[in-house]
Design a protein around this ligand. Structure first.
Ligand code: UDP
Ligand code: MG
Length: 329
């Protein structure tokens, strides 16, 4: 198998027929043996039926396809992980199902790797985000913060719209963590990556799966998964506040002894108590967040649970994966 295209899908029934057609228009004539790995990530709009209908054998020659259907919504990162596990190609690609990313760009990235053995991965970066200014501002601030916090750098606007060689996939799979943050994982495994820019299309159907709150959570999770710097910052902050408090203590003592202007001091006290209380709770929150993650990771739960895995074409019957339900991590 030359190429495996991994497609995480969550409620994409409306987009999938056009998407499947676009993939076939691009790759059927590309002169390579390819497969499509669809992940139905707990969709509730008939995505699985649509996928089965599109990929079913009907006497015509169709590309090999695997459909991994999750038992519930596990998130796109889990979908990508499942896709990596089921892919058999020497090169792999990840693409969204909503047609915002053109399959023709995947082929361009694949060709680049074929022609440049010195590179292991091609990443497509959005040229211009069709989003409102506030969201864009937040995203840009996130990348700056992430790169400042961590030991690894991720390029601004990097996405998981990529094509890479199978050993890059193996490296990604070797990281069994539950809190998966692809942009960071790709940066962490390293390898020689070539970056191209692309302009995303409008979503074909449906709405984005991301809410503002969801994005914030994802961004914070990304930082927490790759950096313990917030803990160190908490330490510095605590130190700074202690020094300030010590200085103030000296001032108070001097005032009491020499100035003898014993003030009521009540507002100062209340302010200080609230300030220190707030800082302490904030710092405990940071520690708690890391502790919580350690707890979740410590359970070694699978990253996803599959309800059904359907294999169409490609592999002979005997090599087909074990029947569902299966769980992997
Ligand atoms: N997706 C998924 N599971 C989820 C959310 C999203 O598999 O829980 C898929 C979705 O179907 C799409 C891709 O991830 O193929 C990108 O999602 P979306 O278009 O909502 O993100 P955006 O393009 O707005 O960043
Ligand atoms: Mg999208």
């Amino acid at each position: 198998m030359d190429f495996s295209l991994i497609v995480p899908c969550h409620n994409e029934a409306e987009s999938l027929p056009a998407f499947y057609q676009a993939v076939r228009n691009t790759f059927d004539t590309a002169g390579l043996e390819y497969e499509i790995i669809f992940i139905d990530d707990g969709s509730q709009d008939g995505t699985l039926d649509t996928l089965k209908r599109l990929t079913a054998e009907d006497g015509t020659i169709k590309p090999a396809a695997t459909i991994v259907s999750f038992s519930r919504n596990f998130g796109k990162e889990a979908g990508i992980y499942a896709g990596l596990q089921h892919a058999t190609g020497t090169m792999l690609g990840i693409i969204d199902a909503d047609m915002q990313q053109d399959p023709a760009i995947s082929l361009d990235m694949l060709r680049f790797l074929q022609e440049n053995p010195g590179f292991d991965c091609v990443a497509a970066v959005q040229e211009q985000r069709k989003e409102n200014a506030v969201l864009r501002g937040f995203k840009s601030a996130f990348y700056k913060m992430f790169n400042r916090m961590g030991t690894i750098d991720i390029p601004e606007n990097a996405s998981d719209f990529r094509v890479f060689r199978n050993y890059v996939a193996e490296a990604l799979l070797s990281m069994p963590e539950n809190h998966r943050f692809s942009k960071g994982l790709f940066a962490w495994v390293g390898f020689r990556t070539h970056t191209i820019t692309y302009r995303p299309n409008e979503r074909l159907a449906g709405t984005t799966n991301w809410s503002f709150g969801g994005l914030m959570k994802y961004a914070l999770g990304g930082i927490m998964s790759f950096s313990t710097k917030p803990l160190r910052m908490a330490m510095w902050m605590g130190g700074l506040v202690s020094v300030a408090a010590a200085i103030y203590l000296v001032v108070v003592v001097f005032e009491t002894i020499f100035a003898r202007n014993a003030q009521p001091g009540y507002p100062t006290l209340v302010c200080l108590i609230l300030l220190f209380g707030g800082i302490q709770i904030f710092l405990m929150g940071i520690i708690g967040e890391y502790l919580g993650r350690t707890y979740i990771e410590g359970k070694h739960r699978p990253i996803y649970v599959a309800r059904e895995v359907v294999q169409i074409g490609g592999l002979p019957e005997s090599a087909a994966p074990a029947p569902a339900p299966e769980s992997q991590n």
